[in-house]
Design a protein around this ligand. Structure first.
Ligand code: HH2
Length: 277
């Protein structure tokens, strides 16, 4: 995606009352903008602004309300050196966000929920994230099923990347995302992580992986949402080691430090300790 480093860190900024981790913290414009700037200062390469929660059970948000939440924040952050992405499934919200200065659309529906989405992204020459989700947020965790989760998720991503490219989206500006936690049980999430290198091989564009503070970490560690950053970092290292090009996290400072250590250790392995640090 453009000239972003690999691995890139996407920082999460939810301007919603109900997101599962940071809901209600950044509904005030000044607080949201300050947090966006803090994410950049902490090392975010992309700041992802979302106005609709997609947590399991979340109710959809009206288009005008979602625009009202995200546009002023994006306008105020547009001068950051890092690109802003907008986390939305609606073409009209994406268009308003791109107009306000966002450069990337992060679409958890991969263009399936709004027929105008792919054309909107293509017309703006914007970056695009296509993510896999089984079902829709309100019901997606009811009883998710796959015969082969790796093959099905990879096949879906290949098909949606093709659809985006056919609609005119620049293939060099697309990330694919296996959608950890979106219509997936603990076993599905773990299988995708365990076999992430297969997904990387099957999909032609770089992979973004979002595990941050998600329920499966709590299922394993027993920790609440506010106590999952350490588990998140374990999955960040795992994903990057298996070829993920980018990670989406709430704790950008922690992820940046962790990835720096990973990078130095890798280089020490390849070139010797003297040149690594
Ligand atoms: N996860 C969430 C939201 N958007 N986008 C991508 N590409 N990948 C993800 O894994 C992903 C995403 C859910 O996390 P969060 O934004 O913290 O919560 P909520 O949806 O409740 O706002």
């Amino acid at each position: 995606m453009w000239d972003l480093p690999e691995p890139a860190v996407m920082g999460v900024l939810n301007v919603t009352p109900d997101s599962f981790s940071d809901g209600g913290r950044f509904t005030d414009l000044d607080a949201a903008v300050a947090h966006g700037r803090a994410l950049y200062a902490d090392g975010a390469h992309v700041v992802d602004v979302g106005g609709e929660s997609t947590r399991p059970g979340a109710e959809p948000v009206d288009e005008a309300e979602e625009r009202r939440r995200v546009v002023p924040v994006i306008e105020a952050l547009a001068d950051l050196p890092a690109p802003i992405s907008v986390d939305t499934t609606k073409a009209s919200v994406a268009a308003a966000a791109l107009e306000a200065g966002a450069l990337i659309v992060n679409d958890v529906s991969a263009g399936r929920l709004d027929p105008g989405m792919l054309e909107t992204v293509a017309a703006a020459g914007a970056g695009y994230v296509v993510m896999h989700m089984q079902g829709e947020p309100r019901t997606m965790q009811d009883d998710p099923r796959y015969d082969d989760v790796v093959a099905e998720v990879s096949g879906f991503l290949v098909e949606r990347v093709d659809a985006a490219v056919t609609a005119g989206v620049d293939p060099d500006r697309i990330w694919a995302d296996p959608g950890i936690g979106f219509g997936k049980t603990l076993a599905h999430n773990l299988t995708l992580l365990a076999r992430l290198d297969e997904v990387v091989q099957r999909v032609d564009v770089p992979l973004l992986v979002g595990t941050s503070r998600k329920g499966f970490i709590g299922e394993i560690t027993g920790s609440g949402v506010e106590d999952r950053d350490d588990g998140t970092l374990a999955t960040v290292v795992w994903a990057v080691e298996r070829g993920a090009a980018a990670v989406r996290v709430h704790d950008v400072a922690g992820a940046s430090r962790t990835l720096r250590l990973l990078d130095v250790t890798r280089r020490a392995t390849q070139h010797g300790v003297g040149e690594a640090a």
